[in-house]
Design a protein around this ligand. Structure first.
Ligand SMILES: Cc1cc2nc3c(=O)[nH]c(=O)nc-3n(C[C@H](O)[C@H](O)[C@H](O)COP(=O)(O)OP(=O)(O)OC[C@H]3O[C@@H](n4cnc5c(N)ncnc54)[C@H](O)[C@@H]3O)c2cc1C
Length: 441
């Protein structure tokens, strides 16, 4: 590779696909040849406790596939492991780079990283360009009549639906520009997963396929965790960008308004994180951080293991621990149970989900945990407390889901409820009420 030919780098992050990829499209349309790059970021890998974390396996396999596809076009995908800035320094030593293209990320750590890299790239006389790709709308695209960020979902959704026309839904025709990938005769060998300090997870991942059948019955079936394909299971693919949000939203528009509105919840929480970054660690409503939580480590442990004595809570936690997935209805219940019945701060539950969920996403996780705790924007009022028994009777009446995950539920080994429902409920109303009633005066 001659250092004389200027090239553009396209930096993949949570947009791991070649088709309908906004940043990649703009890079390929430019005048310079494009060399794609993926970096296994030491800054992220070091924080993962589980050295066979299934999300690393998923990314690794996806990157292997991408590399094969790019090689088939006569080019190569550079795959590096290290500190991101060091990787870019070394690339600038070896190539004449005129621009780095990528897609926007809205998490504070990613924003800091991108600023660091943009400053470095620009200090070397190259351009840094980043595009909207993972959301339908971002940042300030959807604002209230007085130009403020929305903090209530329904008016936000209505504004999105009014604006969501062809223009925002159309795919980028990346395949028309494939010849713009840099031609390389010598290809680099792919890293081994062990080079990352990880071993392969044996978990299986949902296929990146959306069924129109599922969409058509989504509204009717979505609340029942025992129905295996009542929801899409595409969270993981949206998280890592193996599917395009535009493509999925078009299908939602065609077959299910209710499913489309779930994709809009995803956008909603992303714009909340962008406008109110404190929600990562603190309550959206600050008064909730003054509640005197019990935070009992023993109770937290029983919740994590799924031995609370409440069938649907335990089934959900065991599903999460074994598969990295939990049905939304059950996520709502286990979160409410932790914050309200056990009086454990939502952030502890949020961190546990962050370790376990394949589809973990900071904005959706924090947004939904705070919704369940009552502390978030547009959250359920604090005095609405799910009854875990009624929830099971309503959403798993024949105990199909429970029997799958808690097979010993009728035996001596299964514990009694760790806190009686009305006792937990009253304790919660007292602890929340003490602070929230005072704040309301
Ligand atoms: C306490 C709690 C924590 C959660 N943590 C996450 C998380 O870390 N990552 C995550 O993607 N979702 C999270 N959710 C939202 C929701 O439970 C999952 O998106 C959904 O269960 C994933 O299954 P699915 O892909 O089959 O979803 P479907 O029902 O098929 O929905 C399609 C997609 O819409 C999006 N979506 C659906 N519901 C929501 C929602 N309430 N908020 C934001 N986006 C939504 C997701 O991208 C999902 O994949 C959480 C919910 C709760 C109550």
């Amino acid at each position: 590779m001659s250092k004389l030919n200027p090239i553009t780098i396209f930096w993949f992050r949570r947009d791991l696909r070649l088709s309908d990829n906004a940043g990649l499209f703009h890079a390929l349309k430019g005048s310079a040849s494009v060399l794609p790059l993926f970096i296994f970021d030491d800054g992220i890998l070091i924080n993962l406790e589980n050295k066979s974390d299934p999300r690393v396996t998923f990314i690794y396999k996806t990157v292997c596939d991408l590399k094969i596809q790019v090689q088939a076009m006569g080019s190569d995908l550079l795959v590096r492991k290290g500190q991101v800035l060091e990787v870019f320094k070394s690339l600038f030593e070896n190539y004449k780079i005129e621009a780095v293209y990528t897609n926007n990320d809205y998490e504070s750590a990613a924003i800091r990283r991108d600023k660091l890299i943009a400053d470095f790239v620009e200090s070397r006389g190259a351009a840094f360009k980043s595009f909207k790709d993972q959301t339908l709308f971002e940042k300030d695209e959807i604002l209230t009549g007085t130009n403020k960020a929305y903090s209530v979902y329904t008016p936000y959704k209505n504004k999105v639906l009014a604006k969501l026309n062809e223009f925002y839904l159309k795919s980028y025709p990346n395949d028309l520009y494939q010849s713009s990938f840099l031609k390389l005769t010598k290809k680099e060998k792919m890293l081994e997963i062990s080079d990352l300090g990880f071993t392969e997870s044996s978990l299986s991942f949902p296929a990146p396929e959306l069924s129109s059948q599922m969409l058509k019955s989504y509204e009717k079936n979505r609340n029942f965790p025992y129905l295996n394909s009542s929801t899409s299971h595409l969270g993981l693919h949206l998280r890592f960008g193996t599917l395009s949000i535009r493509e999925l939203a078009r299908e939602g528009k065609k077959y299910s308004d209710v499913w489309l509105s779930e994709l809009i919840w995803r956008d909603f929480f992303m714009q909340i994180l962008w406008h109110y970054p404190h929600v990562e660690n603190q309550s959206f409503r600050p008064e909730y951080d003054k509640i005197v939580w019990r935070n009992s480590p023993e109770d937290f442990q029983r919740w994590k293991e799924g031995t609370t004595g409440y069938l649907l809570v335990d089934a959900g936690m065991r599903e999460l621990n074994s598969t990295g997935y939990m049905h939304n209805r059950v996520r709502m219940l286990v979160a409410s149970f932790l914050c309200k019945h056990l009086l454990i701060h939502w952030h502890q539950g949020e961190r546990y989900f962050a370790k376990k969920l394949l589809d973990y996403d900071l904005s959706a996780n924090s947004g939904n945990w705070q919704w369940a705790a009552g502390s978030g924007c547009d959250a359920a009022p604090y005095f609405r407390i799910f009854n875990p028994m009624t929830q099971q009777e309503k959403f798993d009446p024949d105990l199909v889901y429970v029997k799958k995950w808690v097979p010993e539920y009728q035996s001596q080994r299964y514990p009694d409820p760790m806190v009686e429902h009305t006792v937990g409920r009253d304790r919660c109303l007292q602890a929340y009420g003490k602070i929230l009633k005072k704040e309301a005066i």
